[in-house]
Design a protein around this ligand. Structure first.
Ligand SMILES: Cc1cc2nc3c(=O)[nH]c(=O)nc-3n(C[C@H](O)[C@H](O)[C@H](O)COP(=O)(O)OP(=O)(O)OC[C@H]3O[C@@H](n4cnc5c(N)ncnc54)[C@H](O)[C@@H]3O)c2cc1C
Length: 479
């Protein structure tokens, strides 16, 4: 085969706006390959919900490729030796991929480069995951930004991200290349199938991503600025898992949002807010690139001395949505049942774990990692450290969310809490977020029996707040 290249798909499971794939296709025949390396990232190997998303994204990608007469080759094992073996088998003289930013990515890319060069192929790495490469955004002193607002201002001073590229035409492979079976990878749950019903909630893959973006920009973006904190309303894009797996690129989202703003100038403020959230994703990736220990260690080293507690019972109550605080339980159950949780509620449950329960943010990070369909090393670590007080540009530790007030403010009409904590659905709004204050007759009328049908609070808000502040005070004398 002449001018054969491999395209090594990673977290970029799409065909359009993939500069590396475009470059490979311009050169000649492309062999699309995905490699499942179960050892990569060690404890940060894919969590359960992410495996479900991966399976479905690969299925979608396979269909999109076969519609063009091409074929997705699946292999498991270590990427360097697998890619070298495929290059040798097929005579491919180049391997193309998108750049990654995880702590292990540089080493992996270097080992792939060395392995494929041993069989006469070049590794060619392209951007495709971010709006701006980490090296291109720095403070006046050439250092990485640690504060979001100046970071995003600096991003916005740069030239606009270039226009997304269309999907390239891909020719059929001339020679068959051995592939494993996707089902043999057992990425989806079976016994029990806890993801039962997720196909009605999500459409992993490129088509689903663009449908979600179109729907959001057409029907909801006008309410984003004012309504993005209301978890019962569909005001946010729910694009995070699609971005995480590269079913869509941030550049595509950025350009579609700019187009919507030009067509409907009255939505400009909402769209700018939405783009700044995309900016937070960028910020997290840049931080992870510059500070690769962020998923495992407190960004602010003082917090390595924080007196975190150990309490399996509390942790389990939090994980299973049985803390006795309705908004916290609603969030944790939404997560368990859908693989997703609204951003406002993520902040509330994270604050509850780290401040009311005094449990290490890493416990929450690990649980989210396993349960979220959008589990993302950069955004998850950065957000947990932000809420826990140890992160870059973090919310100060002493800002402790009151879970009752958060529920009353952001789920005033109770739609979100009643949906995910149905055993409290019959309570009047006045008591929904503090059922322990409801008189006996009201509880009885609503069919609520505290300590039986719904737990009593596992901690007292006021006491927990004071304990959290005392724990925080122990850091004051540490330089
Ligand atoms: C404790 C905690 C853990 C989190 N873990 C993750 C995670 O693992 N993966 C993840 O993608 N996001 C994470 N987030 C950020 C945020 O909650 C989600 O990105 C957001 O809820 C996704 O919903 P959406 O797509 O509707 O967002 P929208 O509001 O529509 O925002 C558009 C896009 O911007 C990005 N974004 C929005 N908010 C943030 C943010 N605060 N930080 C980084 N990127 C953001 C996402 O890619 C999102 O899809 C976490 C937040 C908290 C508080």
């Amino acid at each position: 085969m002449a001018d054969v290249s491999i395209y090594w798909f990673r977290d970029d499971l799409r065909l359009s706006d993939l500069p590396g794939l475009q470059a490979a296709a311009d050169r000649g025949t492309v062999i699309p390959v995905y490699i499942l390396d179960e050892k990569l990232g060690e404890q940060w190997r894919l969590g359960s919900a992410s495996r479900w998303w991966l399976h479905n994204s690969l299925t979608a990608l396979r269909h999109e490729l076969s519609a063009q007469g091409s074929e997705l080759i699946l292999r498991s094992g270590d990427a360097a030796s697998t890619l070298a073996a495929i290059a040798e088998e097929t005579g491919a003289t180049a391997v193309y991929c998108s750049r990654h930013y995880q702590p292990w990515s540089e080493t992996l890319e270097r080992s792939v480069k060395a392995a494929v060069s041993g069989v006469g192929a070049d590794l060619k790495r392209y951007p495709g995951t971010l709006l701006h490469e980490p090296e291109d955004v720095a403070t006046g002193g050439g250092k990485p930004f640690k504060v979001f607002t100046p970071f995003w201002r600096a991003c916005n001073r740069r030239p606009n991200p270039s226009a997304p590229c269309p999907p390239p035409g891909l020719a059929a492979l001339e020679k068959s290349v051995a592939s494993e079976e996707l089902d043999d990878w057992c990425l989806t749950p079976t016994a029990p199938n806890w993801a039962f019903g997720w196909n009605d909630l999500w459409s992993p893959g490129e088509t689903g991503a663009h449908q979600a973006l179109t729907r959001f920009l057409r029907d909801h973006v006008q309410d984003y600025g004012g309504g993005r904190d209301i978890p019962s309303e569909p005001n946010t894009s729910k694009l995070s898992p699609y971005l995480r797996f590269g079913n869509i690129s941030p550049r595509q989202v950025w350009h579609a949002a700019q187009h919507a703003k030009a067509e409907h100038p009255e939505t400009a403020d909402s769209i700018d807010k939405f783009l700044s959230e995309l900016g937070w994703r960028e910020f997290c990736y840049h931080l992870l690139f510059h500070f690769p220990h962020m998923p495992d260690e407190a960004f602010n080293p003082k917090f390595s001395f924080f007196p975190w507690g150990k309490d399996e019972e509390r942790l389990r109550a939090w994980q299973t949505g049985k803390t006795g605080y309705p908004i916290v339980d609603a969030g944790m159950r939404e997560l368990w049942q859908t693989g997703f949780m609204h951003n406002r509620v993520r902040m509330v449950v994270a604050s509850f774990l780290t401040k009311h329960c005094l449990l290490n943010w890493r416990e929450g990070e690990a649980w989210f990692w396993d349960c979220l369909v959008d589990a993302d090393l950069a955004s998850n670590a950065c957000s947990w450290q932000w809420v826990g007080g140890s992160g870059a540009d973090a919310s100060p530790y002493f800002r402790i969310f009151n879970p009752i007030a958060q529920g009353e403010k952001f789920d005033k009409s109770g739609g979100y809490t009643r949906r995910w904590v149905p055993e409290l659905a019959g309570l009047p709004d006045k008591y929904l977020h503090k059922p322990w204050e409801a008189p006996e007759d009201i509880l009885a009328e609503a069919g609520v029996s505290l300590g039986d049908s719904y737990p009593r609070p596992i901690v007292d808000h006021k006491t927990a707040r004071e304990e959290a502040l005392s724990a925080y005070a122990t850091l004051k004398d540490i330089a």
